[in-house]
Design a protein around this ligand. Structure first.
Ligand code: UD1
Length: 366
């Protein structure tokens, strides 16, 4: 099989794509894959790490307000479509899949125009602009939340879940905590602000740092690559805290998620798919800076079922953060209830479901 995958900007669009590629390669080791992204997006770093052939196009996203930049974006889109058509004709894919982010626009649109079978994967409860636009042209729309179905043509829509959910599954092995210089025999909370980190979360954690001293739990705190230096500078002024391990980014997230007892994070859809597949309780701090406030809607899908607690960014303080962590981790019954509620929401066979959609589409063509 030959497939082109495109998805980018942030990890939430890239990790599902990588997980799907791994599933396909596990089934058909001879599958040829090409990933199309942008140089600026995180994909230009993450995809080559996986030894997947990567090509970049130059494209930008639409601004919501009227602006001259939008005219430039239209021109870049037209140029991008031309570039993608050339790549598609050369590569001759059986299927083209877009996992979100504006880079998918020209890639999937070009494929649809060339009559190559196309799928878009929407991770969120409310779709992004690019996927809404592409949904008119593609053959199938794979979604992760029931509520997302209503935004698309019901004949095209399939509930698959997020392939990252399948990827994080595995044996819980707390030995990985040693790599963070932490203990295996006490509860661990993992704090991170999405794939790029989040300044407001970093600020709250830095202020909370001294209050973690003497707690019966320990903390892994990923600042986000771009924030690491600034955070370290601030921490050096306060002093290191033994039971808090600070890192820029976690590249072995599946292993780490399996070893921790609570997660504090933004409410990015891929993170939520991972948490629910594993049944990890969470405190969600939705980013208020995303399209249609979709992270809050993502988070509500979990809080309504008691799988997570939500802390709005406007209410986020160091004290509130510690109180909420204590509320869960210092109450075993609460932890267990949240764990079970989270697991009930997971779609652990998401990779297989998405693979089936892809395979039947490719077969229908041959
Ligand atoms: C600001 C923005 O537009 N965010 C969007 C983006 O979020 P973002 O890229 O932050 O996506 P998610 O929170 O969904 O996923 C983050 C991914 O990065 C991984 N990870 C994170 C930190 C780390 O140190 N190591 C690591 O591997 C997580 O395990 C997860 O797989 O895509 C999501 C999925 O479409 C959307 O729901 C978010 O609203």
């Amino acid at each position: 099989m030959r497939i082109i995958v495109s998805g980018g900007g942030t990890g939430g669009h890239i990790y599902p794509a990588l997980a799907l590629i791994r599933t396909i390669k596990a089934k058909h080791p001879n599958t040829e894959c090409l990933y199309i992204g942008t140089e600026k997006g995180l994909e230009s770093k993450l995809v080559p790490r996986e030894n997947i052939p990567f090509k970049a196009i130059h494209i930008t996203g639409f601004k919501r307000s009227l602006s001259i930049e939008n005219v430039k974006t239209v021109l870049r889109f037209i140029k991008g479509v031309k570039q993608c058509k050339k790549m598609i004709k050369e590569f001759k894919p059986d299927v083209v899949i877009g996992t979100g982010g504006y880079v998918c626009g020209p890639v999937v649109y070009a494929a649809a125009k060339l009559k190559v079978p196309t799928i878009i994967h929407e991770q969120n409860s409310v779709p992004g602009l690019t996927n809404k636009f592409l949904s008119r042209y593609v053959n199938k729309v794979a979604v992760c939340f029931d509520s997302a179905k209503d935004f698309f043509d019901h004949k095209k829509v399939v509930l698959t879940g997020n392939p990252r959910a399948s990827e994080v599954l595995g044996q819980r092995d707390k030995k990985v905590l040693q790599t963070f210089h932490l203990k295996e025999n006490i509860p661990t909370v993992l704090i991170f602000g999405g794939s790029r980190g989040a300044r407001p979360i970093n600020e709250a954690v830095i202020k909370a740092l001294a209050n973690f001293v003497g707690k019966s739990y320990q903390v892994i705190y990923a600042t986000g690559d771009v924030h690491y230096e600034a955070v370290q500078k601030e921490i050096s002024l306060i002093g290191q805290v033994d039971n808090v391990s600070v890192v820029p980014f976690i590249h072995n997230m599946p292993e780490v998620l399996r070893a921790v007892d609570l997660v504090v994070a933004r409410a990015g859809a891929t993170t939520l798919a991972e948490l629910t597949a594993l049944g990890v309780p969470s405190i969600l701090i939705p980013s208020p800076y995303v399209t249609n406030n979709h992270q809050e809607k993502n988070a509500r899908a979990l809080t309504e079922k008691h799988a997570a607690l939500m802390l709005l960014e406007k209410d986020l303080t160091a004290t509130k953060l510690i109180e909420t962590i204590d509320q869960i981790l210092l109450d075993k019954d609460q932890t267990i209830k949240m764990r079970e509620a989270a697991r009930k929401l997971g779609i652990p066979d998401a990779s297989e479901r998405l693979y089936q959609v892809m395979e039947s589409l490719a077969e229908s063509r041959s």
